[in-house]
Design a protein around this ligand. Sequence first.
Ligand code: 13P
Ligand code: SF4
Length: 334
Amino acid sequence: MIKENIVNIINKFGFCNIEPGPSIDILGDIKNMKKEKDVIILAHYYQKGEIQDIADYVGDSLALAQIAKNDNSKMILLAGVNFMAETVKILAPEKKVLIPDLNAGCSLADSCPPQKFKEFIDAHPNHTVISYVNTTAEIKTLTDIICTSTNALQIIESLPEDEKIIFAPDKNLGNYIQSISGRDMIIWDGACHVHEEFSLEKILELKKKYPKAKIIAHPECEKPIQIIADHIGSTSSLIKFTIQDKANEFIIATESGIIHQMKKENPYKTFIPAPPKDSTCACNDCEYMKLTSIKKIWATLKYEIPEIVLSNEIIEKAGHPIHRMLKISDELGL
Ligand code: 13P
Ligand code: SF4
């Protein structure tokens, strides 16, 4: 009966809104439940700092997938967005995969609806389909090889030089990879609302104020931002750059959650979020990533819902391109 009520709540809200009582030690309870229930928490770098701090692993999209594939625990709680949790479920189908809020979508994944993408593929026969991991499981079933921002170039370069490629859904990442690789690519017109929001003018103004600062950007940023960037890379690559580079100040053109790890790694360096075009919004925050909270994690661990459920057919079909990506990445030591 209680379980039934909770399922109804999940169906209505997409998350379990049962609050821990005032006497509950939430962090202590989370720690105990992780142990008792044999759960690991995987968190993406865009999660709130306090969530990154309670996670067993914090990583980029590729690392989280790799950990999920090799992990031995009974359950995985993914603190991130739906496409990441779906990828975990596809790689560990025998496990219960939990996500604290089913509303944690992704504007980039939404920019590629399956029916339209299928028509696009049909209109371009004899192309190999490479999709970014930021896609729904259904898009992955239409894909030959998945990539992430860490391995996109290597995945493209693993194909014969004359191979015709469809790349989806991020046009900024696609154009960036095409400009480096010179490959024959048709690129889907999708984008992420967070990364398209950075203002070139305001970043250049900021650079005048901090002339020694290095500008670092995720490849989902628009081309003008990429052109002025000192380094372009995935979330893990950006963090690595802040550790290895001699600069003491960095302007960060990606989601603000990443600054938490940058500060942890470099306590004496300064990190300045790149300003968005609209100064009245909190546009450097991905609102989907920020739906996760410690309280929701507590409720998710306690009641073991919301759970990611995918059909065996989807798991099998979407699994092929993900496993191909992981194999290529393993061979290259990525
Ligand atoms: P990474 O794969 O670089 O972690 O990026 C994920 C993402 O959602 C970027 O917006
Ligand atoms: Fe999706 Fe953009 Fe959020 Fe990344 S930052 S999860 S691409 S909406």
